[in-house]
Design a protein around this ligand. Structure first.
Ligand SMILES: Cc1cc2nc3c(=O)[nH]c(=O)nc-3n(C[C@H](O)[C@H](O)[C@H](O)COP(=O)(O)O)c2cc1C
Length: 359
């Protein structure tokens, strides 16, 4: 593959993905000047990803990185209608440069930081820059929520969301299965989550390791869910704010646009020296109502999910039209103790040539 193409796809794969599952597949047709991006549904069958919605958002993040890296290198790439079953397609007309390109450092520096932040507010000018960098994208809008009272309200709700999500057995086990207990804590694992990236105290790491063996009633009634709720509240309260991305509809293509909008927000935060972490339990639970299996909805209890959905909608900023699609907390603080790595490119790329297809 052309070195420039390789570099563009490497930039794409630096995007965030639910539990570092990297459920993207790039089908590259160099001769035709085309890349088709699809969701690889085998990579994340977890109930948190019901209907593959989280994976579609990850693909959107990858697409945004690719477009941005191309633009920064003076390569003219346009998005085209994806073929049936695919999430996105890109086309270029002119030959790609042979000398490797150097995409924006923020693409490679962006990282999930699960540490408590230092509680400092973001200066007004910085907030204005963040707003300017995140205009509406095909009806998907980004909202920057700041102010201690508003954050306090969100902290309570997100705490409840985390407690509910982790008290559901299949979700808890799916999350635990993504943790790389088999690797050294600070290893940049190719997939899944390293222990260091979770930023837990030594005692909590041990508790997490034994959790798959703990009966569900102990988790529910033994204070474990309270731990998750309190931890989430503490994280939100240590933050300067939340970035909420709202979507105008439920269409699959909109999930990809949400992923693009989130990536724009996260890159803007990174460029400003701010740290960020998705806090997705409320979105995951909302999504369960739409795409979850009947068993999952019954286990979470439909009426509880519906009540939570209403409470979340009541907290949305007045100007946020549509459904809440992504929540990212942000703030100032030290770099994360550990970051995760990526699969080799070959694991996510299929090369095909138009000529071979026709022959
Ligand atoms: C759709 C989506 C949902 C995510 N949900 C959470 C979350 O609820 N909590 C969290 O700590 N990280 C969450 N993440 C972050 C991923 O775990 C992270 O992107 C992945 O492990 C790769 O690490 P990196 O972002 O440091 O490159 C989410 C990412 C995406 C794209």
């Amino acid at each position: 593959m052309n070195r420039t193409l390789e570099k563009l796809i490497e930039a794409a794969t630096q995007a965030a993905s639910g539990d570092n599952t990297q459920a993207w597949r790039f089908e590259v047709d160099e001769a035709a000047g085309r890349i088709v991006i699809s969701v690889d549904e085998t990579r994340d069958p977890s109930p948190m990803n019901a209907g593959q919605r989280m994976s579609r958002m990850a693909v959107g993040g990858a697409l945004e990185n690719l477009l941005r890296a191309a633009q920064q290198s003076g390569i003219r790439v346009t998005t085209t209608a994806p073929p049936p079953g695919a999430a996105a397609a890109l086309q270029w007309q002119e030959p790609l440069p042979k000398t490797p390109i150097q995409p924006d450092a923020s693409i490679f520096r962006r990282v999930t930081n699960r540490r408590p932040f230092d509680g400092r507010d973001v200066p007004h000018e910085v907030l204005e820059t963040l707003q300017r960098e995140t205009p509406a994208l095909d009806g998907v809008t980004a909202h920057w929520i700041v102010g201690r009272d508003r954050l306090g309200d969100w902290a309570k709700l997100i705490g409840r969301g985390d407690a509910l999500m982790f008290s559901e057995r299949s979700m808890r086990l799916a999350f635990l299965a993504k943790i790389r207990f088999d690797a050294p804590p600070d290893a940049e694992v190719e997939e899944g989550l390293s222990l260091a990236s979770l930023e837990l105290a030594a005692f909590d790491r041990v508790a997490l390791r034994s959790m798959p063996r703990i009966p569900n009633w102990v988790v529910r009634w033994g204070g474990v869910t309270n731990f998750f709720a309190a931890h989430a509240r503490k994280l939100i309260k240590s933050s300067a704010g939340l970035c909420l991305v709202a979507a105008p509809d439920d269409l699959a293509g909109t999930d990809v646009t949400v992923g693009r909008a989130v990536q724009r927000a996260w890159l803007a935060l990174t460029a400003q020296g701010l740290q960020a972490q998705p806090m997705m339990s409320l979105i995951v639970l909302d999504n369960a109502l739409q795409y979850g299996s009947p068993q999952l909805i019954a286990s979470l209890r439909r009426e509880r999910l519906e009540r939570l959905r209403q409470e979340v909608r009541a907290l949305l900023p007045a100007e946020a039209d549509g459904r809440p699609a992504f929540l990212l907390r942000f703030g100032y603080g030290p770099a994360p103790s550990g970051r995760v790595g990526r699969l080799p490119l070959a694991a996510s790329v299929t090369e095909r040539s138009a000529r071979t297809d026709q022959g």
